[in-house]
Ligand binder design. Structure first.
Ligand code: GDP
Ligand code: MG
Length: 193
């Protein structure tokens, strides 16, 4: 897809703030600092529309990015950041449930994991949570550039096995650094839009 227009429409904390123009949505879930914002920026050829940071745990809103007036990327607040209070965590959980349980415009979820590491317990929980609500999930195994070519296949396999990725859910090796997987990502997303 040739992206000619990309803009942040709202950083929402609750349902009544979600956009109501009925465009399809693709959400991004994953650990803090795993590379969700970088994925969005790479796909739309922007250096920093979606805020990236090396300080995890910052974004606690659902950020709706409207792309070509055709669909939204929804950047979901990350998880797995240790220094978060119980109250914050509960608030986060409610926000997740409100969005993933009821959002009809949501067409698919990109679950972003770090290909270098075995998916965490939080990653597994998130995958199961998304499947519970019957969303199509595409696992984006990012930071591919950090793994030598000869080791990539075994890292991918570990990701698939640990998450117990269901038949029909795709796993996409990706790098926001090199752009590997970008065309494939658009190819997959088109089917849901
Ligand atoms: N080498 C490498 N670094 C990445 C990649 N994707 C993200 N990063 C870095 O990881 C850090 C966190 O990325 P960010 O997109 O803000 O993560 P988010 O918290 O999930 O949105 C930043 O320093 C990025 O530059 C990637 O594919 N390769
Ligand atoms: Mg981010």
């Amino acid at each position: 897809m040739k992206v000619t227009n990309a803009e942040i429409v709202i950083s929402a904390v609750s349902k009544k703030q979600y956009p109501n123009d009925q465009l399809p949505e693709i959400a991004l879930a994953g650990r803090s600092n795993v590379g969700k914002s970088s994925f969005i920026n790479k796909l739309i050829n922007r250096k920093s529309l979606a805020r990236t940071s090396s300080k995890p745990g910052k974004t606690q809103t659902l950020n709706f990015y409207r792309i070509n007036d055709a669909f939204y990327f929804v950047d979901v607040p990350g998880y797995g950041y240790a220094k978060v209070s119980k109250t914050e965590r509960e608030k986060w959980g409610k926000m997740m449930e409100e969005y993933f349980q009821t959002r009809e415009n949501l067409k698919a979820v990109l679950l972003v994991t770090d290909i270098r590491h075995e998916p965490t317990r939080d990653d597994i929980q998130m995958y199961d949570f998304l499947k519970h609500f019957e969303h199509p999930v595409i696992v984006v195994a990012t930071k591919l550039d950090k793994i030598p070519k000869g080791k990539r296949a075994s890292h991918l396999k570990r990701t698939i096995n640990t998450l117990q990725v269901e038949k029909g859910d795709l796993v996409l090796p990706f790098s926001a650094e090199t752009g590997e997987g970008k065309d494939e990502a658009w190819g997959i997303l088109k089917k849901y839009l």
